[in-house]
Design a protein around this ligand. Structure first.
Ligand code: CP
Ligand code: NVA
Length: 333
């Protein structure tokens, strides 16, 4: 059934009902098929979107830029330097300027309050491209990938998010899964568990949707039988670098390796990661970590990352198709 999402913000998954999320996923699948078939119809011609990035990005940036281009829309990238936002001009003023020129605004940065302020002061839709608190567009890509790789509906899918359970990714996956009635396990050291208010919110959603929520530091309990093991970096953008040592010590037992994949007891378990991932020491940060702490990889081993069960690049591709669905649903003609 179609839903009218015209002119809606997308600041957190809390903004949408489970039917609306299902509608966006269905639309993303259709847009993906149309692109593959060469039959995509531009529904955003002549429109403009401002893409604000206070933090780095590969997937979210290209997701918005290519989704916009495919649909006939122009995008302006406003990077971490070169605009006045934050240091010389408030979010409130920036919102009112962009509102006069653009049809939509995407924001990636630190504070959820900033994206909320942009939404409060712009009349055009504002999308959260990741804040310290939430990463809602990522979850759409994750759920589309899970559906594609199982051929099942979300309430029939189980996954375990391992590691930094109370992060922007952990909280967003929890809320999304609770909303959609999934079997979601959060597995990690107690120090990283989500705040009580997030757990209460998710449990409230689960009562309505029939979702099953497990929060545990026990690997066996967390991964038993799951369709997907999902992990993310142990330290997120904006977290202090001085935290690496403490985090590594805390998280090491939760590295996703072949042994953990095997412990699901489910031969069909697949591996997910929102990316970027520290699966070897071939990046600048990876090499520094290896030098300082002797680790060849962090949250996932090279073996699992490069294995056939890893579907991380399907997931990365789906960022673009799902972002496109959000754009078309909210500002498409
Ligand atoms: N997953 C994700 O948001 O990737 P980027 O940081 O590259 O945008
Ligand atoms: N938790 C990570 C997600 C990156 C897509 C971060 O915020 O850096």
């Amino acid at each position: 059934m179609p839903y009218n999402l015209h002119n809606r913000n997308f600041l957190t998954l809390k903004d949408f009902s489970n039917q609306e999320i299902a509608f966006l996923l269905k639309m993303a699948g259709e847009l993906k098929s149309a692109k593959y078939a060469g039959t995509e119809q531009p529904r955003l011609s002549g429109k403009h979107i401002a893409l604000i990035f206070e933090k780095d990005s590969t997937r979210t940036r290209i997701g918005f830029e290519i989704a916009a281009a495919d649909q006939g829309m122009h995008a302006t990238y406003l990077g971490p330097s070169g605009t006045h936002l934050g240091h010389k001009e408030t979010a409130k003023d920036t919102a009112r300027v962009l509102d006069r020129i653009y049809d939509a605004i995407e924001y990636r940065g630190f504070s959820q309050t900033t994206v909320q302020t942009l939404a409060d002061y712009a009349s055009v839709p504002v999308y959260n491209g990741l804040t310290d608190e939430f990463h809602p567009t990522q979850i759409l890509a994750d759920f589309l990938t899970m559906q594609e790789h199982t051929g099942r509906r979300l309430p029939e899918i189980s996954f375990c998010f391992v590691g930094d359970t109370g992060s922007n990714m952990g909280d967003s996956l929890l809320i999304g899964a609770a909303k959609m009635g999934m079997d979601v396990r959060l597995l990690g050291p107690k120090d990283t568990w989500p705040e009580q208010d997030v757990m209460d919110y998710a449990r409230g959603l689960a009562e309505q949707s029939g979702a099953r929520i497990t929060l545990t530091d026990d690997i066996g309990e967390g991964v038993k039988g799951v369709d997907f093991i999902y992990t993310d970096v142990w330290l997120s953008m904006g977290d202090p670098e001085s935290e690496w040592e403490r985090r590594i010590n805390l998280m090491k037992p939760y590295q996703v390796d072949s042994a953990m994949m095997g412990r699901t007891g489910n031969p069909a378990t697949k591996f997910l990661h929102c990316l970027p991932a520290f699966h070897n020491a071939e990046t600048e940060i990876g090499a520094n970590i290896k030098k300082q702490f002797g680790l060849d990889a962090m949250e996932v081993t090279e073996e699992v990352f490069e294995s056939d069960v890893s579907v991380v690049f399907d997931q990365a591709e789906n960022r673009m198709h799902t972002i496109k669905a959000v754009l078309v649903a909210t500002i498409g003609t």
